[in-house]
Design a binder for this molecule. Structure first.
Ligand code: IPE
Ligand code: IPE
Ligand code: MG
Length: 248
């Protein structure tokens, strides 16, 4: 698959909705948590593939604002999995020059998860390779409301004027401040929806839906998604002739 990928026009930022863990596990006659554990292997493979290709940013949707409404047992299991995975993987992230960060309402996470994450941020903070962004307790609507509150506070205190509110200011008040918008968004699990992921940032992303569950996702699937992305014509509202510079 690799040869089909043009290394000169890779997406800088890939975002993934890792969906289908529970259904995959049920298909194997196992409980949902088994699927989440299996999903960690797919994360590892994806990280390896992104690092090999030299992708700049990878955002993984691991837990949404709405996922807090799942049964207590599943939420607790997912939080435990988060803690044990970070602990087990931090050295390997560091060795592979990966820098970890998080977007989302991190205050809502259990104390031990926050502590584990903060240690991992510290260990990996000077790494210059892949930026791994975990979306945890993240929701696009929460992020936008939060950004509006931050901006309103600055307006109220006369730090900025109303006419200074523009796209750049909004962007710099999002969780993803400083991160380029994803050129490619992949969703596994067979659903064709955004589920409150990066609502602002996905405005012009190419969407790719893989008809497999997340625990089945491997490097080949990632390469296939990138190859498909490279076939797309990104027009950003212009005409095909303009994009191909045949007319102004
Ligand atoms: C995605 O898989 C992981 C999380 C949302 C935490 P799901 O748990 O949503 O699995 P399905 O979609 O129910 O199969
Ligand atoms: C989206 O999956 C969230 C994550 C993968 C973390 P969900 O399973 O929560 O999405 P819906 O409920 O099917 O839209
Ligand atoms: Mg799901």
């Amino acid at each position: 698959m690799l040869p089909q990928i043009d290394k000169n026009c890779l997406p800088r930022h890939i975002a993934i909705i890792m969906d289908g863990n529970g259904r995959w596990a049920n298909e194997q006659g196992k409980d949902r948590l088994f699927g989440h554990y299996k999903g960690v292997e797919s994360v590892r493979n994806t990280l390896e593939a992104c690092a090999e290709l030299g992708i700049g940013f990878l955002t993984l949707y691991a837990f949404s604002t709405e996922n807090w409404n799942r049964p207590d047992e599943e939420v607790a299991g997912l939080m435990e999995l988060l803690v044990s995975t970070i602990r087990a993987e931090v050295e390997s992230l560091h060795k592979n020059n990966i820098k970890l960060s998080v977007i989302g309402e991190i205050d809502k996470l259990p104390t031990n998860a926050r502590k584990e994450l903060e240690e991992a941020f510290e260990v990996t903070k000077n790494n210059s390779g892949l930026n791994l962004i975990m979306a945890l307790s993240y929701g696009g609507r929460w992020e936008l409301v939060n950004a509006m509150k931050k901006i309103a506070t600055k307006v109220k205190s006369n730090e900025i004027g109303l006419d200074e509110i523009d796209n750049d200011l909004l962007q710099s008040n999002l969780e993803t401040a400083g991160v380029p918008d994803p050129e490619l968004m992949i969703r596994t699990g067979g659903e064709y929806r955004i589920s409150n992921f990066l609502l602002y940032q996905l405005a012009y992303s190419e969407l790719y839906f893989a008809d497999i569950h997340w625990p089945q996702f491997n490097k080949e699937h990632l390469f296939a998604a990138i190859a498909e992305y490279q076939k797309r014509e990104r027009r950003f509202g212009k005409t095909g002739l303009q994009v191909n510079q045949l007319i102004d």
